[in-house]
Write a protein that binds this ligand. Structure first.
Ligand SMILES: [Zn+2]
Length: 407
């Protein structure tokens, strides 16, 4: 027996759906679509493909990397099935000769999903792809991320200030969101208002209201940030900052007494500041608002059951530019049953924390070179990304090769 499926349209209420110009009330159609989507959600599929052929639709789902045929829709139901999906995703059903995309949400038993729908007109009708993303609650705490104790303590102390701008930076796919959500979990109190705006909402967090820009939205990301700040949140989370208006709206929001966390793509913690200056933000605004910058990388975690130690030598010391303690070992992957022969199990992250102080602030306002600021910052503060990485390699968590490659 299939579990109850509750659809939640992105832009239209149920009443709007009933009043759609081409009402798709046909019970068969609704049942067909529900069956396909709930079947996909049940099996944990990541995509549903409705492939138009001469006599209807062929339906295939992607589970892992492969597509598997699950159903066929006869020609007589073809248009209405397409329309049903388009109505759910808030698309215009009067238009089937242009590509469209939209999304809707779905609750399937215990699972919460967001379904992004992409259509494109083809020879035998509209080809439709539905991408399923499964919502998970953010549960990871800061002390579970694998930060060095000194980095963790310094970051927690910075967060405890409770206001200002906190930037989490790194390349795409470095686990920045996980750090941000863990930071929010650390700080958010039940009597506070938390608002988040991110192009992809990956996690849910109790007590936080989240949104994302719509494909056809008539406002810019920066305008959304300004509107979000006007609602006076105590904690605000802004997804990727990539332009001057985004950065300006975020920084201005951080001047009110609130905690503002934002994600940015950057190579290291100090060059993040340079990136903001390059975007056109005045250095004094950055100095006045910035509370901390985290920079991070994600690397494969060596399988603890089969990793192989090997001694560090003078060549390695030369390569990494550091003197290592006597008898230091690094580790390389091997492969066993526990890791399916890969040598790796899971991932770990490397972290670098930049905490501004008065002297560093003066250097930023004086537009001193990034390298000088970096040297000064990490002379007095916690580890650089490289030192964190080498410590984790010496601890057997990651291979030295992976650490050096990601820096
Ligand atoms: Zn193994």
């Amino acid at each position: 027996m299939a579990e109850k499926v509750v659809f939640e349209s992105a832009r239209k209420s149920d009443a709007d759906m009933r009043q759609a110009r081409n009402p798709v009330e046909d019970k068969n159609v609704i049942e067909e679509v529900d069956k396909v989507i709930s079947g996909a959600a049940e099996s944990g599929a990541t995509e549903v493909h409705l492939e138009p052929v001469q006599d209807g639709y062929v339906i295939r789902v992607r589970e892992g990397t492969a597509l598997r045929k699950v159903n066929e829709i006869p020609e007589r139901l073809k248009l209405n099935v397409a329309n049903r999906i388009k109505v759910l995703a808030g698309l215009d059903i009067t238009k089937n000769r242009i590509p469209q995309n939209g999304y809707f949400k779905l609750v399937h038993g215990e699972k919460k999903l967001e379904l992004n729908v992409y259509t494109i007109p083809m020879l035998f009708g509209e080809s439709i792809v539905i991408k399923l993303s499964y919502k998970v609650s953010a549960t990871m705490r800061l002390n579970q991320l694998g930060m060095q104790p000194a980095v963790l303590a310094a970051y927690q102390k910075a967060l405890a200030r409770g206001s200002g701008l906190y930037l989490v930076t790194g390349p795409p796919g470095s686990g920045k969101r996980t750090t941000i959500y863990a930071s929010i979990l650390e700080q958010l109190r039940p009597d506070q208002l938390a608002l988040g705006f991110d192009p992809v909402v990956k996690y849910e967090i109790e007590g936080m209201i989240q949104g994302k820009p719509e494909e056809k939205s008539e406002y810019t990301f920066a305008e959304a940030i300004v509107a979000l700040m006007r609602q006076e949140p105590d904690v605000a989370y802004i997804g990727d900052i990539s332009s001057e208006p985004d950065a300006r709206a975020t920084i201005q929001g951080a001047f009110a007494k609130r905690l503002v966390l934002a994600r940015m793509t950057a190579n290291d913690s100090v060059s993040t500041i340079q990136n903001l200056i390059d975007m056109g933000i005045q250095p004094f605004l950055i100095v006045a608002s910035l509370a901390a910058v985290i920079n991070q990388r994600m690397v494969r975690r060596l399988c603890p059951s089969c990793r192989q130690p090997y001694p560090a030598n003078a060549d390695i010391e030369k390569e990494i530019g550091l003197k290592l303690p006597q008898g230091a070992n690094f580790f390389k992957p091997q492969g066993c049953q526990a890791c399916q022969g890969t040598g790796y199990r899971g991932i770990i992250c490397l972290y670098e924390l930049y905490k501004p102080n008065e002297e560093l602030g003066k250097m930023i306002i004086a537009k001193e070179p990034v390298q000088q600021i970096r040297l000064k910052a990490f002379k007095e503060q916690t580890f650089t990304l490289k030192v964190d990485g080498i410590m984790k390699a010496l601890g057997g968590y990651a291979s030295l090769e992976d650490v050096l490659n990601c820096l």
